[in-house]
Write a protein that binds this ligand. Structure first.
Ligand code: GLN
Length: 330
């Protein structure tokens, strides 16, 4: 059911690609424009509503977690920030006055909404795990959430340059990125997996790394899948890497035979494979990694506040509740 939903969402996000490609509005300045950016709000709501049918059994968990997210939802309606921050009882997060954000009163999140179930476009708005977590963080800090959609490799720059307060995009903590940005605590685990055609001769990671191997590997540009395979495969003379700006495009290239496999994060992989006939995910995993929010190194007060809020949301089960709404345990 979830997968069906994701399938529909994927189509939506594919059709939205053209729009989103030019839709990333800079956070600074455009206060009025952000009114249409209640995206996370209704996105979050929409997903829980639609998810409800097969999962009534975890609805109690959902609503427990939902407190955090609906709080965030409410938080994005102006004026209710007080209520939201009031709920963060005993919060270690400093009061809003002690930190500055890209746009006053708002938490601006940079993301790439083509990464289901973490972020995707649904009904013209951005929904998903990261959107809900950001909404919950914003709620705790008494801020309104604004989400700016952009290419994945623009997120770090947006955060570094102070255009966005937080980069939340299923982003893996890596040493190189840590030189550019500060990462919060990790809120989820990701696994790089390999997608192949059902009848592929590639059956494991070892086949890609074997002596004499010569495969064309599709990846999403500047993701960890791209970085690792470039080192392990291309630089080792074991094949070539073909980067695409969206994971779904790499998967299409696999379908049409332009690449032999795709290396990408497991959750979007499941969504993409579910959407395209004749593909499968190999059992062997490429690597396991930690997702965290990226923040500027030059705004430590905001970093502390966001990190503390996220730690609380992890400790009280809100984050797990959000993840469980989108990812069915296997
Ligand atoms: N986890 C991967 C990375 O950080 C992919 C993230 C993404 O495509 N949104 O590079």
């Amino acid at each position: 059911m979830k997968m069906k939903k994701l399938t529909a969402l994927l189509l939506a996000s594919l059709t939205a690609l053209a729009m989103t490609a030019c839709g990333g509005t800079p956070a600074a300045g455009d206060n009025a424009g952000s009114a249409d950016n209640s995206s996370a709000e209704s996105g979050a709501e929409g997903s829980s509503a639609e998810d409800s049918s097969p999962e009534d059994n975890d609805s109690s968990e959902e609503s427990a977690a939902g407190e955090g997210s609906s709080e965030g939802n409410d938080g994005s309606a102006e004026g209710e920030g007080t209520e939201a921050s009031g709920e963060a009882e005993g919060s270690e997060a400093p009061p809003a006055e002690s930190f500055t954000t890209a746009v006053e009163g708002k938490l601006t999140m940079a993301t790439n909404a083509a990464f289901p179930p973490y972020e995707y476009v649904e009904g013209g708005q951005i929904a998903g795990i990261d959107a809900e977590i950001a909404a919950a963080i914003a709620g705790k800090l008494g801020l309104e959430l604004q989400i700016d959609d952009m290419e994945f490799d623009s997120i770090t720059e947006a955060v570094k340059g102070g255009k966005a307060d937080i980069g939340l995009a299923g982003m893996t903590i890596t040493p190189d990125r840590q030189e550019e940005v500060d990462f919060t605590v990790s809120y989820a685990t990701g696994v790089q997996v390999i997608i192949v055609k059902e009848d592929s001769a590639i059956t494991s990671v070892d086949d890609l790394l074997a002596e004499g191997a010569n495969h064309v590997v599709g990846v999403q540009r500047n993701t960890t899948g791209h970085l690792y395979t470039t080192d392990d495969i291309e630089k080792a003379g074991l094949g070539t890497i073909d980067p695409y700006s969206k994971g779904a495009e790499a998967v299409q290239a696999l379908k049409t035979g332009k690449v032999d496999c795709v290396v990408i994060d497991n959750e979007p992989a499941k969504a993409f494979v579910n959407e395209v006939e004749g593909l499968k995910i190999l059992d062997t995993e490429y690597i396991t990694e930690d997702y965290a929010a990226a923040m500027s190194k030059s705004n430590p007060a905001l970093y502390e506040a966001v990190n503390a809020a996220l730690e609380e949301l992890i400790a009280d089960g809100t984050v797990q509740g959000i993840i469980d709404k989108y990812i069915t345990a296997e």
